[in-house]
Design a protein around this ligand. Structure first.
Ligand SMILES: Cc1ncc(COP(=O)(O)O)c(C=O)c1O
Length: 311
């Protein structure tokens, strides 16, 4: 048992809040047999007004899109954005959450021994809470290009957040860890940059912000699109396009982004120091806007916050 288990013992499953020890999946379910679950992770942040959720409708929509891509078709009709928000509210209340947390919401295909298929299966939603902590070192991440390639859209679409596809992420991340790095850079089969194991990537070159476009075998990150909006609003030129690996080596700045990575500077790639080996000025500016946004200190982006529990 980890600290977060004991700190937040209640989870959402089968339409209600239950103790985590009662939240189980059958070993013969499609979720366990084939990794047939889709999920999202979203932040709940503490603000002066209370707890807020960031871009919840985007998380809900992406979760539903993942079910659509994979073909888990039993959850779409019975479940609405309002019930998604209400279950989050119940989860915060029952766990007495007062600080920043992440919520992992997963739709599992639970039919038993269904054979290798995706549609017509029974499904269930689970949600659990854990303390918000970045998955990358805040002072700067060191990345290694992994020899594993990102799963292409025609194999397991990275655009859908499918649990089974995270074997690919785990292989890349473990390769990086085994070589003494913090995380990996995934390339596609043609050698273009996709993303990290669980975060998107941006580079800064000559004052321009560049990120692999959404057809580069990556998860269309909700933070990725938010950062593009921040950048354009402060007058930065943003390019979404194919990115070569060698562009990383000569970038002025690189950062990773995502719910669990926030905005983390990348200070080294494949034994090459990026910029001066510290957080760059543009990364710093965007990271400050983002942290302020999450904590309700940014009027311009208040539109992305949903009040979950008032103070
Ligand atoms: C593979 C991958 N890419 C990117 C992201 C970032 O997505 P988001 O900004 O929606 O958290 C994640 C988040 O978990 C991820 O797993």
């Amino acid at each position: 048992m980890t600290n977060s288990d004991t700190q937040f013992p209640f989870v959402w499953m089968n339409g209600k809040v239950i103790d985590q020890s009662d939240a189980t999946l059958h070993i013969a379910s499609a979720a366990i047999l084939y990794g047939l679950s889709v999920y999202t992770v979203f932040p709940i942040c503490s603000t002066k007004d209370g707890l807020v959720g960031f871009r919840l409708s985007d998380h809900f929509d992406r979760l539903m899109e993942s079910t659509r891509i994979v073909g888990i078709d039993s959850h779409t009709d019975s479940w609405s954005f309002d019930s998604f928000v209400n279950s989050t509210v119940d989860l915060m209340k029952s766990n007495k959450v007062h600080s920043d947390v992440f919520v992992r919401a997963t739709i599992h295909a639970i039919s038993k021994m269904p054979g290798t298929r995706t549609s017509g299966l029974e499904s269930v939603l689970s949600m659990f809470v854990y303390s918000a902590k970045s998955i990358l070192p805040e002072s700067g991440a060191r990345l290694k290009t992994t020899y594993w390639r990102r799963v292409p859209d025609i194999s397991i679409p990275a655009r859908a957040k499918v649990n089974g596809a995270y074997v690919n992420s785990a292989l890349g991340k473990q390769d990086a860890i085994d070589s003494g790095y913090d995380d990996c850079v995934f390339l596609d089969s043609a050698g273009h940059v996709c993303e990290l194991s669980a975060a998107n990537i941006f580079i800064v070159r000559n004052g321009k912000l560049i990120t692999p476009d959404s057809t580069s075998d990556l998860l269309e990150g909700i933070n990725r699109k938010t950062i593009i909006e921040y950048a354009r609003n402060i007058g930065l030129d943003v390019q979404e396009r194919t990115v070569d690996l060698t562009e990383l080596y000569i970038a002025d700045e690189i950062f990773a982004c995502g719910t669990s990575a926030y905005i983390t500077p990348v200070i080294e790639v494949d034994a090459r120091t990026i910029g001066n080996g510290k957080q760059g000025a543009i990364t710093k500016k965007l990271a400050k806007i983002h942290i302020d946004t999450l904590h309700g200190k940014n009027k311009d982006y208040q539109k992305y916050l949903t009040l979950i529990a008032s103070r």
